[in-house]
Design a protein around this ligand. Structure first.
Ligand code: SF4
Ligand code: SF4
Length: 66
C-alpha cells in the first residue's frame, strides 16, 4: 500500500508525472493516491523528499541502477 506523509510532502507534483496509471492527484492541500494505483513503486523512487512509502522494492532498485 502506498502512503503519503503529508508532513513531508512539499506538493511539488513531480510524482504525478511518473505514475503509469495516473493514480496520483495533487490537490491544493495534499497529494491523493487513487485506487487504480498498481503499487509499482515508481513514485516512491521519484519523490525528492522521500514523502512516499510502500510499493514494490524491485521497481525502486531498477530505478536506482538506472
Ligand atoms: S506506486 Fe506506481 S501506480 Fe501507485 S501511485 Fe506510485 S507510481 Fe502510481
Ligand atoms: S514528489 Fe513527493 S513531495 Fe512532490 S508531490 Fe509527490 S509526494 Fe509530494
Amino acid at each position: 500500500m502506498i502512503t503519503i506523509d503529508d508532513e513531508v510532502c512539499v506538493l511539488c507534483g513531480l510524482c504525478t508525472g511518473v505514475c503509469p496509471p495516473d493514480a496520483l492527484e495533487l490537490t491544493p492541500s495534499r497529494l491523493v493516491v487513487h485506487s487504480n494505483c498498481t503499487e509499482c513503486g515508481w513514485c516512491v523512487a521519484y519523490c525528492p523528499v522521500g514523502a512516499i512509502s510502500g510499493g514494490r522494492p524491485v521497481a525502486r532498485r531498477r530505478w536506482r541502477d538506472g
